[in-house]
Design a protein around this ligand. Structure first.
Ligand SMILES: NC(=O)c1ccc[n+]([C@@H]2O[C@H](COP(=O)([O-])OP(=O)(O)OC[C@H]3O[C@@H](n4cnc5c(N)ncnc54)[C@H](O)[C@@H]3O)[C@@H](O)[C@H]2O)c1
Length: 481
């Protein structure tokens, strides 16, 4: 026993001596790991005190929970854009996937300061890669020498530039995201090539990502309140936020546009529940009836300050009132339809609009055979009379159902008549003044989205994945209609 103890002491002394020799010869390039100071001047936890862009230090984008679009500081996984914008840092090996995941964390945790500055020795350049985990947290990990996958570095510390990552996404797109010297979240900026820097920061703080595309719901000529870096079927892209209608009450949170779309669905469902005599509804019931998951429903309703009561749920009437106020439905919005052909006839004859606060009050066409003829009980007026009639009847929404060639003229006249919003069915981009809101309806896009789901499901079956799980993922990316 005493002999073994002596052997152990001797071994420790030898180890210490080796370690001292190594230090003297400058070979102490042991990579910094998370939770330990990365450098003598770097803070613990891998956050660099220097700008890694200038030092070449490794960094990953960081999302701040303060910036989160969610009221509770989280961005739920289903709120992630479907179209991922691969991003990596200029000097880092992170793939876009890793960056995006890190920036919009599934559990709302901020991606811990990815800028782990490596030791300055040459050997240290082969320091550890940091992997961005699915939950947005980073972890120190050893380099693998394999192509970057999911935010993992290549072994030489360089980005896997342009090469597809193991997950099939392209790694190496540049951003100029820099780590904050004070340990705060770094702000990804636009890349030098003018491409959108990342959805990370934008998605996290609900602000538009510069240079991102519109989502197809708005036309180029419209006032764009925020650019979207996601596809048209991104269901909760938090890059576009709309100020809530307060109607004289205390202002509530800005609301993502997709959530506004879902509010209309909740309202429809709630109204039908109310008609059937329901006075209370749980979030589970409401979410099931609306085809939205309950976490998303609760989050949406939190935007309008409605949190329900645990074990009781929501008062149907109160919730209807809140949503109506938010959507501005406590006053009627009068509608005019221009172009009374196939579509215009259908819209004019549809009895469902008045009951939901949208009485159709004017119809317009250019066809002399139609002028003066009642459609849905309302006589059709001539195109030339649009400004006068709209002003007189206080029309606030104009619906364009004319051929595309006529749409801009019709739009101009509607604007001259004082309409505030245009619902455009014609396949053309409209130019409107700043204050006019335009929404474009394209049923073909809806069909394409359905096609996307069908294709995904088929892929899932071919790959032996659970088709049900695929369908759930896909449907969560679509705004219910
Ligand atoms: N977005 C979609 O999903 C979708 C679906 C169907 C149709 N559309 C579009 O809606 C529009 C109407 O389609 P439709 O099938 O009813 O066409 P349609 O030809 O049946 O009707 C067009 C009507 O517009 C009228 N018109 C023509 N020029 C006009 C003008 N300057 N001012 C006022 N009215 C004018 C015509 O007299 C006609 O009554 C088209 O642009 C079509 O492409 C879009």
């Amino acid at each position: 026993m005493a002999q073994r103890s002596r052997r152990n002491i001797a071994s420790s002394v030898r180890g210490l001596a080796r370690s001292r020799r190594a230090n003297k010869s400058g070979q102490n390039s042991e990579p910094a790991t998370e939770g330990t100071p990365a450098t003598e001047d770097g803070p613990a936890g891998g956050t660099s005190s220097e700008d890694p862009a200038s030092t070449g230090a490794e960094e990953l984008p960081v999302a701040s929970s303060e910036d989160s679009a969610s009221p509770d500081g989280t961005v739920s996984p289903e709120d992630r854009p479907v179209a991922e914008a691969p991003v990596s840092t200029a000097n880092t090996p992170s793939t876009g996937n890793g960056a995006a995941d890190g920036a919009v964390s599934g559990d709302g945790a901020a991606a811990v300061g990815g800028a782990k500055k490596r030791a300055r020795s040459t050997a240290a350049k082969k320091g550890p890669a940091k992997k961005v985990l699915g939950n947005g947290k980073t972890a120190a990990g050893k380099s693998t020498g394999k192509p970057a996958a999911d935010g993992e570095a290549t072994d030489d510390g360089k980005p896997a530039d342009g090469k597809p990552a193991a997950d099939g996404k392209t790694a190496g797109r540049k951003t100029t995201a820099t780590a904050a010297s004070n340990g705060k979240a770094a702000t990804p900026k636009s890349a030098a090539d003018g491409k959108p820097a990342t959805t990370g920061k934008a998605a996290a703080n609900g602000k538009p990502a510069a240079g991102a595309k519109t989502n197809g719901e708005r036309t180029a000529g419209t006032r764009t309140t925020g650019a979207k870096a996601a596809t048209a079927f991104d269901d909760n892209t938090p890059t576009t936020e709309l100020p809530a209608v307060t109607d004289g009450e205390a202002p509530v949170k800005a609301i993502p546009e997709a959530a506004v779309g879902r509010m209309a669905v909740y309202l429809r469902v709630l109204s039908s529940m109310q008609e059937q005599g329901s006075t209370r509804v749980s979030s589970e019931e409401l979410s099931a009836a609306a085809g939205v998951n309950s976490a998303k429903l609760r989050k949406d309703l939190s935007y309008i300050g409605s949190y329900g009561t645990r074990g009781v749920g929501y008062e149907v009437e109160v919730l209807i009132g809140q949503i109506e106020r938010t959507l501005g439905l406590n006053k009627q919005q009068r509608v005019a339809v221009a172009g009374i052909g196939n579509l215009g006839h259908a819209l004019a004859n549809y009895g469902g609009f008045p009951g939901r606060g949208f009485p159709v009050e004017a119809l317009f066409d250019i066809d002399p055979d139609l002028i003066g003829v009642p459609v849905g009980g309302l006589p059709v007026s001539h195109l030339d009379d649009i400004p006068e009639v709209c002003a007189e009847r206080e029309i606030s929404i104009g619906v364009i159902a004319t051929p595309p060639t006529a749409a801009q003229t019709v739009c101009d006249r509607l604007v001259a008549g004082g309409v505030q919003c245009i619902l455009n069915f014609a396949p053309v981009v409209l130019q409107v003044p700043e204050h006019i809101e335009v929404r474009k309806v394209d049923l073909a896009v809806e069909l394409q989205i359905l096609s996307f789901h069908v294709a995904r499901r088929a892929d899932g079956q071919v790959n032996g994945q659970a088709a049900g799980a695929e369908a759930t993922d896909a449907s969560s990316a679509v705004v219910p209609s």
